[in-house]
Design a protein around this ligand. Structure first.
Ligand code: FPP
Length: 249
């Protein structure tokens, strides 16, 4: 990964940083429109930006990023945009996989596999397999993902496995989600000024801090990620308790 222009001392980090950040990368379309360009131009810029944010996240010591790249609802977009987004993901895997692997990034896919072409499915499997032992940063790509759908799929599998009502706990449900075995996000970021959850990690983000910024995703750079991390550092997470019960570092 490339080094960034400001040096690390210009980004003093708070004592508490979010280990797992989830991002709704919103605003690519509006970013492109502002420039009189087609929406896919914005998605391409958004993909480039993901690389920059990934580099910054590694530098800031974030361990896990989960990005919302394509929702189960996004199939309803115009056909050329859907096709373009599929090609962008393929292209990202083709161009970036070796570099991501070399830099210790572990790729994971969260979401459904149906409706993805055989070709893309295989490519995703190969990327996941190749990077499975990497530990520097885990990148979950939520692709063909919907939070409610994830819970419905989990319920189906729980029933298929013959689990009884008494055995059902929050931990058990978590273990049937696409994110099984992973810690919940500490911070969820949504760019572009929209203040909605949009079916993203609805189970996993129950206790996350949320950070909304008007920046469109292609403009959400290292400084913006830093601001989100500082915002998180200033928040007190109480998990339903009172301040006095919370241990501060
Ligand atoms: C939301 O912006 C963005 C998306 C639906 C797609 C996000 C995809 C990428 C950043 C690129 C692909 C990702 C990978 C991992 C290769 P929008 O189109 O809804 O923007 P708008 O609200 O301004 O129209």
């Amino acid at each position: 990964m490339q080094t960034t222009s400001k040096n690390s001392s210009q980004y003093p980090l708070p004592a508490r940083i979010p280990r797992h950040i989830a991002i709704i990368m919103d605003g690519n379309g509006r970013w492109a429109k502002q420039r009189g360009m087609p929406r896919l131009f914005g998605h391409r810029a958004g993909t480039e930006n993901l690389r920059r944010v990934l580099e910054a996240a590694v530098e800031f010591g974030v361990e896990r990023l989960t990005v919302y790249a394509f929702s189960t609802e996004n199939w309803n977009r115009p056909e050329d945009e859907v096709t373009g987004l599929m090609l962008l993901v393929e292209d990202m895997i083709d161009r970036e996989l070796n570099n991501l692997h070399k830099n210790g990034v572990q790729l994971r896919h969260i979401g459904r596999e149906d409706r993805l072409s055989e070709h893309l499915r295989e490519k995703v499997h190969r990327a996941v397999e190749k990077t499975r032992n990497n530990t520097r940063l885990i990148l979950n790509i939520a692709f063909n993902y919907g939070g409610r759908d994830e819970i419905v799929q989990a319920i189906k599998h729980i029933i298929d496995d013959g689990i009884s009502a008494e055995q059902i706990t929050e931990e058990l449900v978590s273990s049937y989600l696409y994110t099984a075995g992973q810690p919940d996000p500490d911070l969820v970021v949504r760019t572009s000024g929209e203040v909605r959850v949009s079916n993203f990690l609805i189970w996993q983000s129950a206790y996350a801090e949320w950070y909304f910024t008007p920046k469109y995703w292609p403009d959400f750079d290292k400084d913006e990620l830093y601001k989100a991390i500082i915002h998180f550092g200033d928040r007190e997470r109480r998990f339903g308790m009172v301040s006095e019960q919370i241990q501060t570092p």
